[in-house]
Design a protein around this ligand. Structure first.
Ligand code: HPA
Length: 234
Protein backbone atom coordinates (compact mmCIF):
# COMPACT_ATOMS: atom_id res chain seq x y z
CA UNK A 1 0.00 0.00 0.00
CA UNK A 2 1.28 3.45 -0.90
CA UNK A 3 0.03 6.85 0.20
CA UNK A 4 -2.39 7.34 -2.70
CA UNK A 5 -2.95 3.75 -3.88
CA UNK A 6 -4.56 1.47 -1.30
CA UNK A 7 -3.57 -1.86 -2.84
CA UNK A 8 -1.24 -4.77 -2.09
CA UNK A 9 1.86 -5.15 -4.23
CA UNK A 10 0.57 -8.03 -6.38
CA UNK A 11 -2.76 -6.28 -7.00
CA UNK A 12 -1.31 -4.12 -9.79
CA UNK A 13 -0.15 -5.74 -13.05
CA UNK A 14 3.31 -5.19 -14.60
CA UNK A 15 1.70 -3.18 -17.39
CA UNK A 16 -0.60 -0.25 -16.61
CA UNK A 17 -2.75 1.95 -18.81
CA UNK A 18 -3.04 5.49 -17.44
CA UNK A 19 -6.00 7.80 -18.00
CA UNK A 20 -6.39 11.32 -16.66
CA UNK A 21 -10.06 10.76 -15.89
CA UNK A 22 -10.62 7.99 -13.33
CA UNK A 23 -14.06 7.29 -14.81
CA UNK A 24 -12.33 6.44 -18.07
CA UNK A 25 -10.27 3.90 -16.14
CA UNK A 26 -13.55 2.43 -14.89
CA UNK A 27 -15.00 2.45 -18.41
CA UNK A 28 -11.97 0.59 -19.80
CA UNK A 29 -12.02 -1.96 -16.97
CA UNK A 30 -15.75 -2.61 -17.45
CA UNK A 31 -15.77 -2.69 -21.25
CA UNK A 32 -12.38 -4.04 -22.34
CA UNK A 33 -10.99 -6.17 -19.50
CA UNK A 34 -12.36 -9.46 -18.25
CA UNK A 35 -12.60 -10.30 -14.55
CA UNK A 36 -11.54 -6.80 -13.52
CA UNK A 37 -11.15 -6.01 -9.82
CA UNK A 38 -10.97 -2.48 -8.42
CA UNK A 39 -7.81 -2.11 -6.31
CA UNK A 40 -7.99 1.61 -5.54
CA UNK A 41 -10.58 4.25 -4.72
CA UNK A 42 -8.51 6.65 -2.59
CA UNK A 43 -9.54 10.20 -3.67
CA UNK A 44 -11.75 8.46 -6.26
CA UNK A 45 -8.60 7.90 -8.36
CA UNK A 46 -9.88 4.52 -9.49
CA UNK A 47 -7.55 1.66 -10.39
CA UNK A 48 -8.46 -1.79 -11.74
CA UNK A 49 -6.70 -5.00 -12.72
CA UNK A 50 -8.14 -7.45 -15.22
CA UNK A 51 -7.22 -9.50 -18.26
CA UNK A 52 -7.00 -8.45 -21.91
CA UNK A 53 -6.42 -11.20 -24.51
CA UNK A 54 -4.95 -13.47 -21.84
CA UNK A 55 -2.57 -10.83 -20.44
CA UNK A 56 -2.90 -9.31 -16.97
CA UNK A 57 -3.30 -5.55 -17.22
CA UNK A 58 -4.12 -2.65 -14.90
CA UNK A 59 -5.73 0.67 -15.65
CA UNK A 60 -5.23 3.61 -13.30
CA UNK A 61 -6.58 7.17 -13.21
CA UNK A 62 -3.92 9.84 -12.75
CA UNK A 63 -5.80 13.16 -12.57
CA UNK A 64 -4.80 16.15 -14.66
CA UNK A 65 -1.42 17.82 -14.79
CA UNK A 66 2.16 16.99 -13.94
CA UNK A 67 1.97 17.06 -10.11
CA UNK A 68 -0.96 14.64 -10.13
CA UNK A 69 0.40 12.11 -12.64
CA UNK A 70 3.77 12.33 -10.88
CA UNK A 71 2.28 11.05 -7.63
CA UNK A 72 0.58 8.04 -9.22
CA UNK A 73 3.42 7.05 -11.55
CA UNK A 74 6.03 7.41 -8.78
CA UNK A 75 3.98 5.10 -6.57
CA UNK A 76 3.25 2.60 -9.37
CA UNK A 77 6.97 2.34 -10.25
CA UNK A 78 8.40 2.57 -6.75
CA UNK A 79 5.88 0.67 -4.61
CA UNK A 80 4.17 -1.67 -7.07
CA UNK A 81 7.05 -2.57 -9.40
CA UNK A 82 5.16 -1.56 -12.55
CA UNK A 83 7.38 -2.12 -15.60
CA UNK A 84 5.36 -0.48 -18.39
CA UNK A 85 3.05 2.55 -18.31
CA UNK A 86 1.04 3.71 -21.30
CA UNK A 87 -0.88 6.95 -21.01
CA UNK A 88 -4.01 7.19 -23.15
CA UNK A 89 -5.17 10.79 -23.12
CA UNK A 90 -6.47 13.77 -25.02
CA UNK A 91 -4.63 16.78 -26.45
CA UNK A 92 -5.20 20.02 -28.33
CA UNK A 93 -3.84 20.22 -31.90
CA UNK A 94 -1.31 22.99 -32.62
CA UNK A 95 -0.40 22.05 -36.22
CA UNK A 96 -2.82 22.71 -39.10
CA UNK A 97 -2.63 19.15 -40.46
CA UNK A 98 -3.45 17.61 -37.07
CA UNK A 99 -7.25 17.41 -36.86
CA UNK A 100 -9.73 16.55 -34.13
CA UNK A 101 -10.08 12.77 -33.68
CA UNK A 102 -6.55 12.15 -35.04
CA UNK A 103 -4.20 9.94 -33.04
CA UNK A 104 -0.80 11.27 -31.94
CA UNK A 105 2.02 9.14 -30.56
CA UNK A 106 4.23 11.38 -28.43
CA UNK A 107 7.85 10.71 -29.37
CA UNK A 108 9.10 13.37 -26.97
CA UNK A 109 7.64 15.98 -24.66
CA UNK A 110 8.91 19.50 -24.16
CA UNK A 111 7.53 21.24 -21.11
CA UNK A 112 6.97 24.61 -19.46
CA UNK A 113 6.55 22.82 -16.13
CA UNK A 114 8.61 23.71 -13.09
CA UNK A 115 9.04 20.00 -12.26
CA UNK A 116 12.01 19.34 -14.52
CA UNK A 117 13.65 22.68 -13.91
CA UNK A 118 13.61 21.84 -10.17
CA UNK A 119 14.68 18.24 -10.78
CA UNK A 120 17.59 19.18 -13.07
CA UNK A 121 18.58 22.42 -11.34
CA UNK A 122 17.69 24.60 -14.33
CA UNK A 123 19.40 22.32 -16.86
CA UNK A 124 17.37 20.90 -19.75
CA UNK A 125 16.33 17.26 -20.01
CA UNK A 126 14.68 15.71 -23.10
CA UNK A 127 11.78 13.45 -21.98
CA UNK A 128 11.45 10.69 -24.59
CA UNK A 129 9.15 7.71 -25.25
CA UNK A 130 10.46 4.14 -25.04
CA UNK A 131 11.27 3.15 -28.60
CA UNK A 132 9.89 -0.41 -28.30
CA UNK A 133 6.47 0.80 -27.14
CA UNK A 134 6.45 3.63 -29.66
CA UNK A 135 7.23 1.26 -32.54
CA UNK A 136 4.65 -1.27 -31.37
CA UNK A 137 1.95 1.40 -31.07
CA UNK A 138 2.84 2.72 -34.51
CA UNK A 139 2.68 -0.76 -36.06
CA UNK A 140 -0.61 -1.56 -34.27
CA UNK A 141 -2.15 1.71 -35.51
CA UNK A 142 -1.02 1.12 -39.09
CA UNK A 143 -2.38 -2.44 -38.97
CA UNK A 144 -5.73 -0.94 -37.90
CA UNK A 145 -5.62 1.35 -40.93
CA UNK A 146 -4.76 4.51 -38.97
CA UNK A 147 -1.25 5.84 -39.47
CA UNK A 148 -0.81 8.05 -36.41
CA UNK A 149 0.99 11.37 -36.23
CA UNK A 150 4.25 10.57 -34.44
CA UNK A 151 6.36 13.39 -33.08
CA UNK A 152 6.96 15.87 -30.26
CA UNK A 153 4.28 17.29 -27.96
CA UNK A 154 4.29 20.03 -25.35
CA UNK A 155 3.29 19.19 -21.77
CA UNK A 156 2.02 22.43 -20.28
CA UNK A 157 1.24 23.31 -16.68
CA UNK A 158 -1.40 25.79 -17.83
CA UNK A 159 -4.69 24.96 -19.50
CA UNK A 160 -5.78 28.61 -19.28
CA UNK A 161 -2.68 30.55 -20.34
CA UNK A 162 -2.43 34.31 -19.82
CA UNK A 163 -1.25 34.70 -23.41
CA UNK A 164 -3.74 32.87 -25.70
CA UNK A 165 -1.03 32.56 -28.39
CA UNK A 166 1.56 30.90 -26.15
CA UNK A 167 1.19 27.57 -28.01
CA UNK A 168 2.54 29.19 -31.19
CA UNK A 169 6.12 29.11 -29.91
CA UNK A 170 5.91 25.34 -29.45
CA UNK A 171 4.15 24.92 -32.80
CA UNK A 172 7.01 26.83 -34.46
CA UNK A 173 9.41 24.22 -33.12
CA UNK A 174 7.37 21.28 -34.44
CA UNK A 175 5.23 20.25 -31.48
CA UNK A 176 2.08 18.53 -32.74
CA UNK A 177 -0.21 18.96 -29.76
CA UNK A 178 -0.51 20.28 -26.22
CA UNK A 179 -1.42 18.15 -23.22
CA UNK A 180 -0.48 18.24 -19.54
CA UNK A 181 1.24 15.03 -18.35
CA UNK A 182 3.57 13.38 -20.87
CA UNK A 183 6.88 15.04 -19.92
CA UNK A 184 6.57 13.79 -16.34
CA UNK A 185 5.68 10.23 -17.36
CA UNK A 186 8.68 10.08 -19.70
CA UNK A 187 11.05 11.58 -17.14
CA UNK A 188 9.91 9.07 -14.50
CA UNK A 189 10.33 6.25 -17.04
CA UNK A 190 13.98 7.30 -17.40
CA UNK A 191 14.44 7.77 -13.63
CA UNK A 192 13.07 4.30 -12.78
CA UNK A 193 14.24 2.59 -16.01
CA UNK A 194 10.73 1.54 -17.02
CA UNK A 195 8.98 1.58 -20.41
CA UNK A 196 6.69 4.54 -21.08
CA UNK A 197 4.50 5.82 -23.89
CA UNK A 198 1.77 8.44 -24.42
CA UNK A 199 -0.98 7.89 -26.98
CA UNK A 200 -3.29 10.85 -27.55
CA UNK A 201 -6.51 11.58 -29.38
CA UNK A 202 -7.04 15.14 -30.48
CA UNK A 203 -10.07 16.52 -28.64
CA UNK A 204 -9.76 20.14 -29.80
CA UNK A 205 -7.74 22.41 -32.05
CA UNK A 206 -6.10 25.60 -30.80
CA UNK A 207 -5.91 26.71 -34.45
CA UNK A 208 -9.49 26.18 -35.65
CA UNK A 209 -11.15 26.10 -32.18
CA UNK A 210 -13.01 23.03 -33.32
CA UNK A 211 -13.93 20.66 -30.49
CA UNK A 212 -15.16 17.10 -30.67
CA UNK A 213 -18.72 16.23 -29.72
CA UNK A 214 -19.17 13.75 -26.87
CA UNK A 215 -20.08 11.04 -29.44
CA UNK A 216 -16.95 11.73 -31.52
CA UNK A 217 -14.82 11.77 -28.37
CA UNK A 218 -16.22 8.41 -27.39
CA UNK A 219 -15.46 6.90 -30.83
CA UNK A 220 -11.89 8.20 -31.12
CA UNK A 221 -11.32 7.35 -27.46
CA UNK A 222 -12.33 3.74 -28.19
CA UNK A 223 -9.90 3.55 -31.12
CA UNK A 224 -7.11 4.93 -28.97
CA UNK A 225 -7.85 2.44 -26.18
CA UNK A 226 -7.77 -0.43 -28.66
CA UNK A 227 -4.33 0.74 -29.86
CA UNK A 228 -3.13 1.13 -26.26
CA UNK A 229 -4.42 -2.33 -25.25
CA UNK A 230 -2.89 -4.04 -28.28
CA UNK A 231 0.40 -2.24 -27.66
CA UNK A 232 0.33 -3.31 -24.03
CA UNK A 233 -0.05 -7.03 -24.83
CA UNK A 234 1.82 -7.36 -28.15
N1 HPA B 1 -4.51 22.20 -23.64
C1 HPA B 1 -3.96 21.42 -22.73
N2 HPA B 1 -4.32 20.16 -22.55
C2 HPA B 1 -5.28 19.67 -23.34
C3 HPA B 1 -5.90 20.44 -24.31
C4 HPA B 1 -5.48 21.77 -24.47
O1 HPA B 1 -6.00 22.51 -25.33
N3 HPA B 1 -6.83 19.67 -24.92
C5 HPA B 1 -6.78 18.45 -24.33
N4 HPA B 1 -5.85 18.46 -23.37
Amino acid sequence: MSIHIAAKKGDVADTVLLTGDPLRAKFIAENFLSGSVQYNSVRNMLGYTGVYKGARLSVQGTGMGIPSISIYVNELFREFGVQRAIRAGTAGAIQPDVKVRDIVLAMSASTDSGANSVRFGGRDYAPTASFNLLKRAYDVSVAKGRAPFTGPVISSDMFYTLDPDEWKLWAKFGCLAVEMECAELYTLGAQYKREVLTILTISDSLITHEITTPEEREKSFTQMIEIALETAVS
